[in-house]
Design a protein around this ligand. Structure first.
Ligand code: MG
Length: 124
């Protein structure tokens, strides 16, 4: 079944690249929305249900780590899979995010194959 996605990144170019890459990955993508930082993302999450949130870490206003914590306190996000997409690759950071409720982690640069590998097990 098609999944709805919220793509959160402070670079609009990167949001477009993520969108295109995930469509190329062969995953069944339905409705999509974008946000430029954590605060914008929270507003979108309050207004609409998303199956997946793909989330950058380094962003102004509110970064990805704080967004994960806040989103996990929102009943609207109970079923939303949160996948971090970032250049940050420190193991400690990744473990902390997963412990706080993120469901997966994809490092930039990425490929359609990488998206498929990481997301298809959660795409059900
Ligand atoms: Mg960024």
């Amino acid at each position: 079944m098609a999944k709805s996605l919220l793509i959160v990144d402070d670079s609009s170019t990167m949001r477009k690249i993520i969108m295109r890459t995930i469509r190329m990955s062969g995953l069944d993508v339905g409705a999509t929305a974008e946000a430029g930082n954590g605060l914008e993302a929270i507003e979108k999450l309050k207004a609409e249900r998303f199956d997946f949130m793909l989330c950058d870490i380094n962003m102004p206003e509110m970064g990805g780590a704080e967004l994960v914590q806040k989103a996990r306190q929102m009943p609207e996000c109970g079923n939303t899979r949160i996948i971090m997409v970032s250049t940050e690759s420190s193991e400690q950071l990744i473990e902390g995010l997963l412990a706080n409720g993120a469901n997966g982690y994809i490092t930039k640069p990425f490929t359609p194959e990488k998206f498929h590998e990481k997301l298809s097990p959660l795409w059900n």
